[in-house]
Write a protein that binds this ligand. Structure first.
Ligand SMILES: N[C@@H](CCC(=O)N[C@@H](CS)C(=O)NCC(=O)O)C(=O)O
Length: 354
């Protein structure tokens, strides 16, 4: 074995070891499963059924018909008999794995809260899902947008989600970047002063979510005081979550977030009416459709489909996307299975068995 090969073998061994530690920290081993036919798949994903960013990655894996090891993590903290139980993606073993991906990206850690989760504008969140390991390349990759692009690049069959033609590709990436600027966290966690249509049980979880997160993260920072990198990661996350807490009942902030979503949907409607936008105009399914599909489905779940009441192109687009088996399974089915029932989701086909 030459030196390069030996280094790679060591890296892969280390990744396997680290991933096993994360799995060992998960409460229910039944949430680690194999998807597809391979017993030792090339990819391993740490994700959550309910997470929007994870739904994007799973939709791509589904479209590509790839085999992968799935680790469906608990990403909410809970109150136990002895205090707050930390979410599984706050576990030091997981954060260490994520920091490897963060170093590769060269992004500063997140330092505050805007209601958006784009790594490019907000910084790198070291305590978030999803996270992909590619055991063949010896790489750990974070951020749903990067993971989706990576998977498309290394696996071109049976569908290619990024067009080869430069102009079409640029338009798909433009749409993916627009979606990345949606204030998703604000829409899910925030209390809207006028029409908050989230399920009551979800609202009740959101009343305590930030306090539980911060309490758990502070304890983890204290328990790992000897590891400066880990402490910095937890402090960054604490700053973000404290920021979220400050604005979750702020009427002005919440109205602005919904307005941003509404403006971006209006822009989408205009793009859809032009010929440039692929799927609705009879072209190939693309990464733009994955990103919009998952986000429109989430908005529908939150009772926000009313935002496209007067946007007929978005309405048609939404209908078409909900018929796509990958989105039907990974966004609609997974949301039905993992989130409280929503009155605004009725009528959407649950494809969880597909
Ligand atoms: N830009 C990142 C955002 C990651 C992110 O915010 N993930 C959310 C789920 S969609 C998460 O982990 N939430 C739980 C938490 O922040 O504690 C991506 O697209 O992967």
């Amino acid at each position: 074995m030459n030196l390069e090969k030996a280094d790679m073998a060591t890296t892969i061994d280390q990744l396997r070891h680290m991933a096993a530690s994360v799995r060992a920290g998960m409460l229910d081993p039944g949430r680690s499963t194999l998807v597809g036919d391979e017993r030792n798949p090339r990819f391993e994903l740490f994700h959550a059924a309910s997470s929007l960013c994870s739904q994007k990655v799973r939709t791509v894996l589904h479209e590509k018909r790839l085999s992968w090891r799935s680790n469906d993590m608990v990403i909410l903290c809970a109150m136990g008999a002895d205090g707050v139980i930390a979410a599984e993606h706050y576990n030091p073993a997981y954060v260490r794995l994520r920091l490897i991906a963060g170093r590769e990206m060269g992004q500063a850690l997140v330092s505050g809260y805007s209601g958006r989760t784009s790594v490019e504008t907000e910084g790198f969140d070291p305590c978030a899902v999803p996270l992909l390991i590619d055991y063949e390349a010896g790489r750990v990759i974070a951020d749903s947008k990067r993971i989706c692009c990576y998977l498309d690049e290394i696996s071109r069959e049976p569908v290619q989600l990024l067009p080869v033609v430069a102009q079409a590709r640029a338009e798909v990436m433009r749409q993916v970047s627009i979606v990345d600027q949606l204030p998703n966290a604000a829409l899910l966690y925030g209390f809207h002063p006028d029409a908050d249509r989230r399920p009551e049980s979800l609202k009740s979880v959101m009343e305590t979510v930030y306090d539980y997160k911060v309490t758990a993260l502070q304890a983890l920072a204290a328990n790992n005081a000897g590891d400066a990198e880990l402490v910095a990661a937890y402090q960054a996350k604490i700053a973000k979550e404290n920021g979220g807490k400050r604005v979750c009942h702020n009427a002005e902030f919440q109205r602005a977030a919904r307005q941003t979503a509404s403006d971006l949907l209006r822009e989408l409607d205009r793009s859809l009416s032009g010929q440039s936008f692929p799927y609705l105009n009879g072209h190939e399914f693309s990464l733009a459709d994955v990103a919009w599909g998952v986000n429109l489905i989430r908005m529908a779940y939150l009772g926000l489909a009313s935002l496209w009441n007067d946007l007929p192109n978005v309405e048609r687009y939404f209908e078409a996307l909900t018929e796509r088996p990958s989105l039907c399974r990974e966004a609609i089915g997974a949301s039905i299975e993992s989130l409280p029932p929503s009155d605004y989701f009725v009528g959407l086909k649950d494809c969880s068995m597909n």
